[in-house]
Design a protein around this ligand. Structure first.
Ligand code: NDP
Ligand code: GDR
Length: 371
């Protein structure tokens, strides 16, 4: 039986990848950080009781900043495949915590590669590194492909640049099967609440149910190439099944603005939005409300405002990927469109908002944070 070790298993991608590998018959091991709360919501449905025999899913406490811990876990598990998905993954937060981001996202990757080498697993263990379209930052070519020069624009992207190159270096220096998936933004109902798509679907669903009154956003002109996380984890696995390790851009090849994502979400909720003004004056106005899913929004309410607090010191204005190589060599094409994904996210957040609204109606106050 093949064994996989996933760092970042409690995150969006980690949870989908774990599901995918379990379905493929793998024994799946995951590294989970110790936290004061369980923090396993995304994987609770696949959790298996460790007291039972022959389970195929195990969690290990660990942290990418802890070398000895990583060596011990990798020695214990002896994985055929390691998927390094753990990271301080929020670009804006990386400006607040640049050193921590570098430690985890850059050196964390080095620590795993070194552990593989120290343990003499270079020929046994295949390594996948979660690289990112943020490497392109200030874009040098449109669309971005594997050969496009990098120009990182945040401490997060600079840390990931180190991780990208150290992965390439270990492949070349030690003959390891180590590769980078340069993934463009991918989202899902399991997306962290502070990334823009989820912030929008969650915020508007809450507004529709009277739980919040206004959604505050930063740069709504930012352009992104958004895909669905389920499509992207399939590719992460495919990248480790090839004859030799190669780096791939994974994207949809289509680009939309944050503003468009707001409009699709509002439409799915039956709210008609109109934007007015420029910059911080920009407003979203409710024209009309249709359908019973949006009972609390009144005509004329301002429900979207720009808050410069969410602007970044250096912004990545536009990203558009060219997935031709992945299509040709891996036979990979995304199956879920961004509009379908947006609708799915809105519907899932509506369910949560409805539950919260019901609790509120019965006297239980739910704190809602839209950071
Ligand atoms: P998430 O933020 O949802 O998940 C990150 C995971 O990393 C969580 O499980 C988190 O644990 C864990 N983690 C954070 N810090 C540490 C640490 N010090 N030690 C161990 N684990 C840690 O990210 P995604 O699932 O969206 O992304 C997965 C990877 O892909 C990340 O590396 C990200 O940078 C990269 N990426 C993501 C893209 C996207 O659009 N989603 C695009 C391109 C790259 P906890 O739950 O405890 O916080
Ligand atoms: P990104 O994703 O920075 O591309 O990184 P995010 O969803 O945070 O931002 C996308 C764009 O939206 C703009 N934006 C806002 N962003 C947030 N978070 N909150 C806001 O209120 C807001 N308003 C506008 C941003 O300025 C940006 O231009 C994600 C992460 O998953 C990384 O880990 C990953 O590497 C890249 O995608 C590819």
């Amino acid at each position: 039986m093949k064994k996989a070790l996933i760092t970042g298993i409690t995150g969006q991608d980690g949870s989908y990848l774990a599901e995918f590998l379990l379905e493929k018959g793998y024994e799946v091991h995951g590294i989970k950080r110790r936290a004061s709360l369980f923090n396993t919501q995304r994987i609770d449905h696949i959790y298996q009781d460790p007291h039972v025999d022959n389970i195929r899913f195990r969690l290990h406490y660990g942290d990418l900043s802890d070398t000895s811990n990583l060596i011990r876990i990798i020695q214990e598990v002896q994985p055929h495949e390691i998927y390094n998905l753990a990271a301080q993954s929020h670009v804006a937060v990386s400006f607040e915590s640049p050193e921590y981001t570098a430690d985890v996202d850059a050196l964390g990757t080095l620590r795993i590669l070194e552990a593989i080498r120290i343990l003499g697993l270079e020929k046994k263990t295949r390594f996948y590194q979660a690289s990112t379209s943020e490497l392109y930052g200030l874009v040098q070519e449109v669309p971005q492909k594997e050969t496009t020069p990098f120009y990182p624009r945040s401490p997060y992207a600079v840390a990931k640049l180190y991780a990208y190159w150290i992965t390439v270096n270990y492949r070349e220096a030690y003959g390891m099967y180590a590769c980078n998936g340069i993934l463009f933004n991918h989202e899902s109902p399991r997306r962290g609440e502070t990334f823009v798509t989820r912030k929008i679907t969650r915020g508007l669903a809450n507004i529709a149910h009277g739980l919040e009154s206004c959604l505050y956003l930063g740069n709504m002109d930012a352009l992104r190439d958004w895909g669905h996380a389920k499509d992207y984890v399939r590719m992460q696995w495919l990248m480790l099944q090839q004859e030799s390790a190669e780096d791939f851009v994974i994207a949809t090849g289509k680009q939309y603005s944050v503003r468009e994502f707001v409009l699709w979400s509002a439409k799915e909720l039956g709210i008609s939005l109109r934007f007015e003004g420029k910059g911080v004056e920009e407003r979203g106005v409710v024209d009309a409300v249709e359908g019973k899913d949006a009972p609390e929004v009144r005509e004329g309410d301002v429900i979207v405002r720009v808050d410069p607090r969410y602007f970044r010191p250096t912004e990545v204005e536009t990203l558009l990927g060219d997935p031709t190589r992945a299509k040709e060599r891996l036979g990979w094409v995304p199956e879920i469109s961004v509009q379908e994904m947006c609708a799915e996210m809105v519907q899932e957040d509506l369910k949560i908002a409805k539950r919260h609204a019901l609790l509120k109606l019965n006297g239980y106050e739910i704190p809602v944070s839209l950071e």
